[in-house]
Write a protein that binds this ligand. Structure first.
Ligand SMILES: *Cc1c(COP(=O)(O)O)cnc(C)c1O
Length: 210
């Protein structure tokens, strides 16, 4: 089980403190903010996870430093990552983000497309699919997330059963501050925790993509 400290919107001092406590894996949501933090901590033993919506024109901000992109939600984005990785002569590890709640506001690809998209990604030589990611519904109640997490675990089994060359389903990235216990029960391998580590974020997160 890997604990990812989600440091979006938190200052560098908060990250330094977590790093000094031995935390190694950190998650960021916004490409420009991520780039600044990546640069500040380059040369350390940190591993950066990108967990927010990624626009193709911002891949360049993060690709040189990121160790795993959790939020790939289209074949178009995977194709753009292939091109960027190829140009840099490196491989990029990704997870597919799946929309498991039925809520209109959530990102991620529809569950029924996931197996097919996994097969298409398997053909991209520089993009390595390592598993799946999801977010539970926007509620306070952890139990409301259980169906989402079960669905993600089922999809993982379905993709594993396909035995697609070049695809491993090593990771299930699910569970945040309010629902991580349920995520553990349903088989999470990566938890993405912000608030429980750093405290309440000051503002609602600004969408820098506008
Ligand atoms: C902000 C965020 C988290 C962490 O949320 P907390 O409730 O603060 O633990 C996890 N995953 C994603 C995708 C996020 O955007």
């Amino acid at each position: 089980m890997l604990l990812i400290a989600v440091s979006k919107t938190y200052p560098l001092a908060a990250i330094e403190e977590a790093l000094a406590c031995g935390q190694r894996d950190f998650g960021e949501n916004f490409a420009q903010e991520a780039r600044e933090k990546f640069q500040r901590f380059s040369g350390t033993s940190m591993r950066w996870h990108f967990i927010g919506h990624l626009q193709t024109n911002k891949i360049k901000y993060i690709i040189d430093d990121v160790s795993l992109i959790h939020s790939v939600d289209s074949i178009r984005l995977a194709d753009a990552l292939e091109e960027a990785a190829k140009k840099r002569n490196r491989n990029i590890d990704i997870l597919l983000e799946v929309h498991t709640t039925g809520e209109a506001t959530k990102t991620g690809m529809p569950p029924e497309q996931t197996v097919d998209v996994a097969r298409q990604i398997a053909r991209l030589p520089h993009v390595r699919l390592q598993g799946l990611m999801t977010m539970g519904p926007l509620t306070e109640h952890p139990e409301d997330s259980r169906q989402s997490f079960k669905l993600l675990a089922d999809l993982r089994r379905a993709i594993e059963a396909e035995h697609v060359d070049g695809v491993t389903m090593r990771h299930l990235s699910m569970g945040m501050t309010h629902d991580f216990r349920v995520a553990i029960e349903e088989g999470a391998t990566m938890l993405r925790i912000g608030t429980a580590i750093f405290g309440k974020r000051a503002d609602t997160v600004v969408d820098e993509q506008k």
